[in-house]
Design a protein around this ligand. Structure first.
Ligand SMILES: Nc1ncnc2c1ncn2[C@@H]1O[C@H](COP(=O)(O)OP(=O)(O)OP(=O)(O)O)[C@@H](O)[C@H]1O
Ligand SMILES: [Mg+2]
Length: 367
């Protein structure tokens, strides 16, 4: 930007020959107007201008477009303008008359500075993301430990309630009880108790695992076979909805040393979510591939998808969008809990209305 037309046009022409794409402005106002419309990296700005002064233009640029770098051109006697400019955020200043090579070098440096700052910004964003992920994981892991403890404690009273409800039912349906007042209402009450126990059971089972076992047992797990087996458990729903299961893997076994019981629990939770998510004739794609150290599984469905605002919540305990008697909201929480304990990783990608994809990465051997 320069108000001296001859000088500006010559410089622009020469810069064009050096591989830059210059846009010319003859005043601060015009310059700001152009910046609002076009993507610009570097501004070469004459300080001495009629209308808005160069320094004020600089300040306006820096306020509105933080990433743009500004090089000031000052008259020989007005070096103090340059210093003031640096204070106001200019990248550097050159004194007129300016040598083209000098200017070209400065512009290149300014672009380099933009690149570095972008990199720095990306690095910062990446770190913030990583930190948030670590906090999320830690939070979920400690919630996992706590909830397992609670589930364990609740199991015993639950068994007693269940037994007692069963006993009461037995007593009430005896013939000699046929004339007690409100018998039907009592039975209805007991049924409600039984139904609620069922739900509470579902929750404790999900958190504890369906089989009582003391310690996790590590053995060879053939993931492909286990996937097939787990799909068998969902056969009825898969057939009812006429869901197509597509496999993407090679002929080789996909073997890891892990806890088969826990892996099965991961698979059943992810597969049943996928089965729930798809409509009739939906497609579930299972991709399985390995590296030297780990095995990757992707369970992809073309179902309802997950709204963006829910993506951060689906691994939280008790987060569900399903009706009360269908979902506990613990499936993915447990998946995350188990995968963390197996030193693996689970990630999700989803587009609303298009489908979801859950990616699991598990080490072939637990350290
Ligand atoms: N494949 C998927 N497609 C669309 N939404 C999903 C998918 N998987 C999970 N979700 C969403 O994440 C929520 C939490 O899933 P999660 O498995 O933890 O619980 P749930 O399925 O609701 O209950 P439960 O697992 O006890 O049956 C679901 O309610 C659903 O909204
Ligand atoms: Mg589920």
């Amino acid at each position: 930007m320069d108000d001296e037309d001859g000088f500006r046009t010559t410089i622009a022409k020469r810069l064009g020959k050096r591989g830059f794409v210059p846009i010319q402005a003859s005043s601060g106002e015009e310059c700001l107007d152009i910046l609002g419309r076009k993507p610009v990296g570097v501004v070469v700005l004459d300080v001495k201008m009629p209308g808005i002064s160069g320094i004020d233009t600089l300040k306006a640029i820096k306020q509105a477009y933080k990433k743009i770098q500004v090089i000031l051109l000052t008259g020989n006697i007005t070096v103090s303008d340059g210093i003031e400019g640096i204070k106001a955020g200019a990248f550097d200043y050159l004194t007129k008359p300016v040598e083209l090579d000098h200017l070209v070098n400065k512009i290149k440096q300014a672009f380099e500075m933009i690149r570095l700052e972008e990199e720095k910004q990306k690095e910062l964003e990446y770190r913030a993301k990583l930190e948030k992920k670590m906090i999320d994981t830690e939070r979920l892991v400690s919630l996992g430990t706590m909830s397992t403890g609670i589930a364990h404690e609740i199991n015993n009273p639950l068994a007693i309630i269940n037994e007692s409800a069963g006993f009461m039912k037995q007593v009430i349906i005896q013939p000699e009880m046929s004339r007690i007042p409100q018998k039907e209402a009592l039975l209805l009450g007991i049924e409600k108790i039984e139904k609620s126990i069922k739900r509470a059971r579902k929750i404790t089972h999900q958190l504890l695992g369906h089989v009582k076992k003391q310690k996790s047992q590590i053995s060879e797990v053939d993931l492909k076979a286990l996937l097939g087996e787990t799909l068998g458990l969902l056969e009825r729903e898969v057939e009812e909805k006429n869901i197509q299961i597509k496999w993407k893997t090679d002929k080789k076994k996909k073997v890891l040393w892990s806890d088969p019981y826990q892996i099965r629990q991961i698979l059943i939770n992810l597969l049943s979510n996928a089965v729930h998510a798809v409509k009739n004739n939906g497609i579930i794609t299972l991709s399985l591939w390995e590296t030297d150290v780990d095995i990757n599984l992707e369970i992809k469905d073309n179902g309802i998808g997950i709204p963006k605002k829910n993506l951060g919540k689906i691994f939280d305990p008790f987060f569900t969008t399903k009706p009360f008697d269908e979902g506990t909201g613990l499936g993915l929480f447990v998946v995350h809990k188990i995968i963390s304990s197996l030193s693996g990783e689970v990630t999700v990608e989803s587009t609303l209305g298009k489908g979801s994809s859950f990616m699991i990465n598990l080490p072939k051997r637990l350290e």
